[in-house]
Design a protein around this ligand. Structure first.
Ligand code: GLU
Length: 432
């Protein structure tokens, strides 16, 4: 009887949500934790969580503001909005006022709100981060995938964007460009950004530039496309990646003045849903965006570690015959295992999903299938997040090595040994 009632209620589940599983990144993390609890040795290369601790001055600021208990304005704390506008002026030379900034509990929530309030297609390259398309499906928006090529480091070309826009020039669209890229680790050079900006301007698309990994450009040379298409670009960022604070849930969107109406609509919906973002976290975030020498040093060492580590892991995979672009930012690799297709097929592995679940069962290495990133199910690609190491220890060890030196094999062995082991396991498994 009780069961019958439950079933009846379940029938009323929103059609867009029916059958939607938990997000791939969170699912693999919880599954990995579960396997660890069962005593299995698991290499956690699934969830993309920064290995580095939150910089000390930012933690101190959070401590000092633990008493902040009042609701803050829905658009965010004025001091934080000012700090973020200044930060963009300083870093990118694009001028914004504090009123152009909207704060939210993670940029993911703001992306959802944007798609919710703006009626238009979602246009994203394959591969793309796991949550853009599911958000569109939940809201009922049409998703257009733009194909990209491994030979071009999975980057979107202006002609690929142009071809979609010219089919129906007046159609409202949100195009998401995410770089340094999750999942490929690759990024765009200035000329490529300028060409993409030209197409975006011609068709007046809303360009959501997801720059959450911008500060983790391995050489500290991130350039925002907002420089070249300021009037149509919304920049998405936050504390999660460069500040090691994913669990703090602090995201920000920066709008051009011409899109203030979108910011206002999003904040009206926010006022009826999450109300405002956590007060102590916003006070602490002011410190993070103000920057300074300590934070610069932390960033410099984080980039140095990720650059050397990413290169080492990519080289290991390449020498085993795996196609993988050299990462330029962030902490992801997007290998293509098709070199091993016949061997894997013979083992009954035909999809990226089967590849990842067999790999996890047989070696304990957790990675995510390319199909979660919009790639065809039978393409043997996957995303590997090289984050399973003690970031605090690695930062301390890097400090001991002169800044003009590369972080050598010895450093990587002692500070990031689990990752080298995990990639060796992948290679051995492929060659088994
Ligand atoms: N952005 C991270 C990832 O791609 C995790 C955060 C999330 O998916 O919510 O793994």
């Amino acid at each position: 009887m009780a069961n019958n009632k439950t079933n009846k209620m379940q029938i009323n589940l929103n059609l867009n949500v029916r059958g939607i599983p938990q997000s791939a990144t969170l699912r693999i993390n919880e599954q990995s934790e579960e396997l660890k609890k069962q005593g299995r040795q698991i290499y956690k290369l699934g969830l993309g969580q920064s290995p580095f601790p939150v910089p000390e001055p930012v933690v101190e600021e959070l401590r000092a503001n633990a008493y902040q208990k009042d609701y803050l304005p829905v658009k965010g704390l004025k001091r934080l909005r000012e700090a973020i506008a200044d930060y963009h002026q300083r870093r990118q030379g694009v001028s914004y006022s504090w009123e152009d900034v909207l704060i939210g509990p993670g940029s993911k929530e703001l992306m959802f709100l944007l798609q919710f309030v703006y009626y238009g297609d979602l246009v994203i390259p394959t591969p793309s981060w796991v949550s853009y398309a599911p958000q569109a499906h939940i809201i009922g928006r049409h998703v257009r995938w733009l194909s990209t090529q491994v030979e071009n480091n999975w980057k979107l070309t202006p002609s690929e964007l142009y071809n979609i826009c010219k089919e129906d020039p007046e159609r409202p669209r949100i195009v998401i460009l995410n770089y340094p890229s999750n999942p490929s680790g690759c990024t765009y050079i200035v000329d490529e950004l300028k060409e993409l900006a030209k197409v975006a301007r011609k068709y007046q698309v809303i360009l959501l530039s997801d720059e959450i990994y911008g500060e983790l450009h391995h050489r500290g040379q991130h350039v925002s496309i907002s420089r070249f298409y300021p009037e149509g670009t919304i920049i998405s960022g936050g504390l999660s990646k460069w500040c090691g604070a994913g669990g703090w849930r602090l995201g920000a969107f920066i709008f051009p003045n011409s899109l203030r109406w979108l910011l206002d609509s999003m904040s009206s919906v926010a006022s009826e849903t999450f109300t405002s973002t956590s007060a102590p976290i916003q006070y602490a975030a002011v410190r993070a965006f103000k920057g300074g020498i300590e934070i610069e040093r932390y960033l410099w060492q984080s980039r140095r570690i990720l650059r050397n580590l990413g290169k080492e892991l990519a080289n290991k995979l390449t020498s085993a015959g795996v196609k993988v672009p050299m990462p330029e930012g962030g902490f992801y690799l997007f290998p293509d295992f098709s070199f091993y297709k016949d061997k894997l097929n013979a083992k009954g592995i035909k999809t990226s999903n089967e590849l990842c679940s067999n790999l996890l069962n047989e070696t304990g290495v957790a990675i995510l299938p390319g199909s979660d990133f919009g790639r065809p199910a039978d393409e043997l690609t996957a995303r590997l997040a090289y984050v399973d190491f003690d970031g605090a220890r690695a930062l301390a060890a890097a400090e001991q090595i002169p800044s003009d030196k590369n972080l050598n094999g010895q450093f990587l062995e002692t500070s990031c040994g689990r990752l080298l082991e995990a990639v060796n396991k992948i290679c051995d498994w492929l060659n088994d």
